[in-house]
Design a binder for this molecule. Sequence first.
Ligand SMILES: Nc1ncnc2c1ncn2[C@@H]1O[C@H](COP(=O)(O)OP(=O)(O)O)[C@@H](O)[C@H]1O
Ligand SMILES: [Mg+2]
Length: 409
Amino acid sequence: MFWFIAEDNAYYHNKKFLYQTLSSYTKLDLESTTPLNTQSKNKEFENLSTTQLLINPTLADIQILFKNPFHQCFIIVSNNPPPKDYQSFFSIKNLPNKYGILTTQEYQSNVPESKALENRLGLSVIDSPFTLQDIGGATALKKYTTQLLRAEQQGYKAKGIFLVGIPGTGKTFFPKCFAGELKRMLIALNLSQIMESDSPILKLNSIFEYLHQRAIDYPQEKFVILIDEIEKMIGNATAKEKQMLGRLLTILNDINTPACEYKFNAIFFATANDLGSILANNPEFLRRGRWDELFFINLPTHEYAIEMFEIYIKKYKLDFALEIMSLYEIFAEIENKYQKDNTIANRFPYTPAEIENFCKRLDFVKKAEGENFKREDIIECVEMIIPLTKSAQDGLNKMVAQKELFIEI
Ligand SMILES: Nc1ncnc2c1ncn2[C@@H]1O[C@H](COP(=O)(O)OP(=O)(O)O)[C@@H](O)[C@H]1O
Ligand SMILES: [Mg+2]
């Protein structure tokens, strides 16, 4: 029993194209078959002895089908996956679109490929403009990834890196910079979209099938795959999440080995803010060996914070502010105001995202105030950017408590 999901209208309008494709997948000769007319009144499908083709059957059609003794082979072609209760009866496959990722109808209406990927597969393809130079601090992570690349050139097969830590510390940013640095395509999975779909497993499979196909078309291409905020996919213990976890673990275990059903060259990055739910429900995800390395990204050290400020002072051209107040004085202002609430020892109270935000705000105020920009404006910016260390102290402490499991940076 085959169930083919076909989104391309060509399958419904071009009989020859449909039959050829189906024959190549099923190894059945379908030339003499006529699709059953599921619109007809007689839905008993009696006296069927050969292969039968059904196009877009309704749930009622499928129910009737399953009431019959099915000694015949059914091939179903539909826009949708099988109804839930029937999924286990079918071998399910997505039929490829006529124009690669684009369906005929999308091709004809000039839908861009990136849009189609987003809608269809739940992934974004990002051509990242960032490089490792855009990252302040994170020295251990930068060093590790550089080593990984050198090892890769000597035949080492990397699987992936797991990044966990405080929001705004660069967990999403780092893979973007890594991909940009290497000029590799960044594929970000949209986990909410995948999990909300009727069949998340099929969706996940089609992503990997797509990458597999791409690797055939462009054998030199290497990917960075970002599974961002993975707790959205496996944070709970629902049946759906357990199933997803199983599938993902199989792929992670096998990727870049001959055992893998998919062949493409990729390094995975997975990130999580909240490790609590994963540790409670799916600890196997973090077992040693699953990932090449696990990093906990903490608040920046004083030294890292300086690097980050320097990056954003340059980016937003903030030298005018430094003429009024030195970086040393700005740091003192921030630390005076917020260090007492910061329970994380020896770390700067702002996250990198907050440092960036602070600098962005200086740029904004300067543009708004022009010549009137003064020392008080800088101090007001410090007051406006209230760090998570103050506003979400308990949450941060819980996260930091998990850092023992990881290499801290
Ligand atoms: N180490 C860093 N150096 C410079 N900028 C950073 C760094 N980490 C984060 N940022 C800035 O902060 C923004 C938010 O970071 P993000 O990666 O989204 O945080 P997270 O995913 O950890 O919540 C980034 O887009 C980037 O502009
Ligand atoms: Mg993030």
